[in-house]
Design a protein around this ligand. Structure first.
Ligand code: ATP
Ligand code: MG
Length: 365
């Protein structure tokens, strides 16, 4: 039995990047032998084990063959006669299909090192087209490695276009799509993820509302802005959706099965933007209405995130409207229900008194 470091760790080491987690491939072993050595089996579908001390993942070398369409249709074959090269061949990109032996020798049957040198994201083999998730992974690696000068190889882009044309993207389950989007939103250059999806035609299937040039460039510039202020996932997603009509943004967020905070912020951002843009003066009733809609009184933290997304979605000429909103929020935030209750207000009257007091304070600005 032999053990090799594989995948991301080998790639990142060659790139001089910090290695996050290390994955290993084991050849010439059976599951029984692994269990006898104290490894714990974790994979239900694949023979994957955890090292008893390091907790790192050790997978028996395996091959995968497509059965049916989409992501789920794989049959896995693992046995002591599966070679390291067989295992590397099933991987997506050449830069992810290298291994390193215990002696430190690089095993690189598909030219990963050369593709690192030429900054190329290239598919390992035509089997790439068996899994549409690889389109999203490739776009995500492009987003991560763009600052180092990586681009998608022309032949890989052509293959991805063909996969899209054959309807492969339609077989992806929303959960996997969202997982890739969520990760992509936090990569070094998130916009590149969407550039690659647009170029191969996949964007039309994933977020069709963003395909028109005008929406697309507005979405990307808002996203770039939120990235520069290190916004959280919900702010990034809301910025991306910000050029869309509120109903379109909400429906898309639901279809993507985005988590609730992302759905909420996208809906709020796109709902408030046209109202903020149509404000022409500092009108207390309008400002209070917007703050109520944002539920700032109960959701002060979310208001901060929302303001980040709005700031990134509004043109420079309209930023002052957000300052009105912020000062209105600060002025009205000090209204205490308790004080008004001590003055004898209760029930419906209390709600009205709170509202009037907020309005009064906003009007004083
Ligand atoms: P990261 O730094 O994001 O963890 P990684 O390269 O380690 O990058 P993982 O998603 O952890 O990526 O997967 C580990 C390895 O498994 C990859 O390097 C790649 O060789 C292979 N791999 C993962 N998913 C796929 C897939 N859908 N198709 C083909 N190969 C894959
Ligand atoms: Mg990894």
């Amino acid at each position: 039995m032999k053990t090799y470091l594989v995948g991301g760790a080998v790639r990142d080491e060659l790139l001089g990047l910090p290695v996050k987690d290390r994955d290993w491939v084991v050849t010439g072993a059976t599951p029984d032998e692994m269990l006898k050595r104290g490894f714990k089996q974790v994979g239900a579908d694949f023979p994957v084990f955890l090292h008893p001390d390091t907790r790192e993942e050790y997978a028996l070398a395996r091959t995968e063959r497509k059965q049916g369409r989409g992501y789920h249709g794989f049959s896995v074959y693992s046995a002591p006669d599966v070679t390291l090269e067989d295992d590397l061949r099933r991987r997506d990109l050449t830069i992810n299909a290298m291994a390193k032996s215990a002696a430190g020798e690089l095993v690189d049957p598909f030219g990963g090192r050369e593709d690192i040198r030429t900054r190329s994201l290239r598919h390992v083999s035509e089997a790439f087209s068996e899994d549409p998730l690889r389109i999203l992974r490739t776009a995500r690696f492009a987003a991560r490695l763009q600052p180092l000068g990586f681009t998608v190889a022309e032949s890989t882009m052509a293959l991805m276009r063909q996969m899209v044309a054959e309807g492969e993207v339609g077989y992806l389950v929303p959960e996997r799509v969202w997982q890739e989007i969520q990760r992509a939103l936090h990569e070094n250059d998130p916009g590149t993820f969407f550039d690659v999806l647009r170029e191969c035609g996949a964007l039309k299937h994933i977020i069709p509302e963003l395909v028109p040039d005008e929406s697309y460039s507005a979405a990307l510039s808002a996203l770039r802005c939120v990235h520069s202020i290190d916004g959280d996932t919900s702010a990034r997603f809301a910025a991306l959706m910000s050029p869309l009509a509120s109903d379109d943004a909400s429906n898309r967020a639901v279809q993507l099965k985005a988590p609730n905070d992302c759905q909420d912020l996208a809906r709020l951002t796109t709902g408030l933007l046209p109202k903020i843009r149509s404000m022409t003066c500092h009108h207390p009733e309008t400002l209070l209405g917007l703050l109520d809609e944002a539920d700032v009184w109960r959701r002060a933290d979310r208001f901060l995130v929302l303001m980040g997304a709005l700031r990134c979605a509004l043109p420079d000429t309209e930023q002052s409207k957000l300052e009105w909103l912020e000062s209105a929020q600060r002025a009205a935030a000090g209204v205490e229900a308790k004080e008004l209750m001590q003055q004898g207000f209760k029930g419906k009257e209390l709600g009205l008194a709170i509202r009037n007091e907020r309005l009064r304070r906003i009007s004083e600005l």
